[in-house]
Design a protein around this ligand. Structure first.
Ligand code: C2O
Ligand code: CU
Ligand code: CU
Length: 503
């Protein structure tokens, strides 16, 4: 298998070029074993439905020995959340409880479920002290997705405070491929984030940057200076870039190769070997790492650029003759005979000048309507060609897409599977195709969370061409207003820094 040692994207547009860039440095505290989130266990399983509860709550984590514990937010715990397993074809009823002091939403990033409510975008707010119930049945390939809040314009601050969890979608196709899948043993999540602390506390306003907030220290699954003792010869890591802004340029300290088996929306058709891999915000990569070349007592670091994210201490491991599979799962071909571009979306600007199609987000405006069950071909353009410009990660709700081309050239080697977030370089046009399977209202936006909160976001309505019943958006707007919640309209002049605690 060939090994790719290229980060693919334009170096001149990396976050390292930003004047406010903070390199990751070791945190001034001892190392700690990597936290492995528990698997969410259902409240109840009946013949036809699985019931779960996800509670957004306040908590604390003792990060530093000499300062008071850090105030954090989490799902069903102090920070981040349990890993949430969903089986394709099972019907779920999920109770969302808001024990936070402010409104929030539960967005299922990468799940193709009905919007705007179950999808959990800005319209799906739950008031403090209240709860709501959503239900869905998944019909999409096995994948690593995630859950995060999405209240407009407070997404970035709520994620910074600790709200995020991985979701594992399981199906029978993935189950038949010889891959590590013992959760917590040889299959573990790695949620990559960065934070700074102020007297041991998170202070979003102090660290706020309109071009994306970054921190000095790496948190992996919420752990500072994380270490992991390797006792399995081949590990599967489900990596999520859960940062507000930071790009992770992953590599091992000794150049150890790793093998990507899945992107955002599921398995790749073929395994791709890397020594370097860049993930922008919200992107996921499942990778296999073969530790058989090491001896007990060896150490190897997973890094971003040359900063350590996690130190692997090699322990004793059983012998194994496991062979990393080459072929994985076929990816459905989306027929697109018309070959015409249905829509071009333009991401432009930096700082407070960011725009999507020259506009700022407005919840009362539907920006695009598209028919369900037909292949859509969109071009996503990043016009930002100022000196260097910046990479914008483009994300869509309600579907997974396939990357067709980048400036007319073939997509990258690991872009041959489903994705829901794609990094677009300055001066680049990325062509994608997708099919939306259900009618509803869904967001599309830049996933640098501060850009999203600044208004670099729009919404599309999908409709059934055989039975077009346009969404009454005023109904959803009134629901929010009735509850005294903020409705983002023409977002210029908004305060996104969190000073205004009302949504
Ligand atoms: Cu991670 Cu609008 O989404
Ligand atoms: Cu999303
Ligand atoms: Cu952006």
């Amino acid at each position: 298998m060939d090994l790719i040692s290229d980060y693919f994207h334009d170096k001149t547009a990396f976050d390292t070029q930003d004047g406010a860039y903070k390199p990751i440095i070791p945190a001034p505290t001892n190392s700690s074993p990597l936290a492995i989130p528990p698997l969410l266990s259902p409240d109840k399983v009946t013949n036809d439905t699985t019931y779960c509860t996800i509670r957004a709550q306040q908590g604390t984590v003792q990060y530093f020995p000499d300062t008071p514990a850090t105030n954090t937010w989490g799902y069903n715990g102090n920070i981040l959340g349990p890993t949430i397993p969903f089986q394709v074809g099972v019907h779920y009823k999920i109770t969302l409880v808001n024990d936070l002091p402010e409104p929030t939403t539960w967005h299922w990033h990468g799940l193709n479920i009905s919007g705007p409510i179950a999808d959990g975008g800005p319209f799906a707010a739950v008031l403090p002290g209240e709860q709501s119930t959503i239900e869905f049945t998944l019909n999409q390939p096995a994948a690593t997705a995630w859950l995060h809040p999405h209240p407009c314009p407070q997404t970035a601050r709520q994620v910074w405070q600790g709200l995020a969890a991985e979701v594992i979608i399981q199906d029978t196709v993935e189950a038949q491929i010889d891959l590590p899948r013992a959760y917590g043993t040889n299959d573990i999540p790695l949620v990559l984030q960065d934070r700074s602390f102020h007297n041991g506390q998170l202070d979003y306003d102090a660290d706020y940057d309109v071009d994306g907030t970054t921190g000095n220290y790496a948190l992996v699954n919420g752990t500072l200076n994380a270490t992991y003792t390797v006792t399995q010869p081949v590990m599967r890591f489900r990596i999520l870039n859960g940062a507000n802004r930071r790009e992770f340029r992953l590599n091992f300290s000794d150049g150890l190769p790793f093998y990507q088996i899945a992107s955002d929306g599921g398995l790749l058709p073929q395994t791709v070997g890397f020594t370097r891999l860049m993930l922008t915000c919200a992107e996921r990569a499942e990778i296999l790492v073969d530790f058989r070349g090491y001896q007990p007592g060896d150490q190897v670091q997973l890094r971003t650029d040359d900063s350590t994210l996690i130190t692997f201490n090699i322990g004793r491991m059983p012998a194994s003759d496991y062979v990393i599979p080459d072929k994985l799962a076929p990816v459905e071909h989306l027929d697109d005979s018309s070959n015409h571009v249905d829509h071009r979306t333009v991401m432009s600007g930096m700082d407070a000048e960011v725009r999507l199609d020259d506009k700022l987000f407005d919840m009362t405006r539907i920006d695009y309507r598209l028919p369900i069950n037909t292949t859509q071909c969109w071009e996503i353009e990043n016009t930002n060609d100022m000196t260097g410009g910046m990479v914008h990660p483009y994300h869509m709700h309600g579907c997974e897409f396939q990357v067709v081309s980048r400036n007319g050239n073939a997509p990258f080697a690991n872009e041959h599977g489903w994705k829901d977030t794609v990094a677009v370089n300055p001066g680049e046009v990325v062509k994608i195709k997708f099919r939306v399977r259900q009618s509803g209202l869904y967001m599309y936006h830049c996933h640098i969370l501060e850009h999203e909160d600044t208004g670099m976001m729009a919404q599309y309505e999908s409709f059934d061409p055989n039975n077009d019943q346009p969404i009454d958006i005023t109904h959803y707007v009134h629901q929010l207003e009735k509850n005294g919640l903020h409705v983002c309209r023409d977002m210029s002049g908004m305060d996104h820094s969190g000073m205004d605690m009302n949504m």
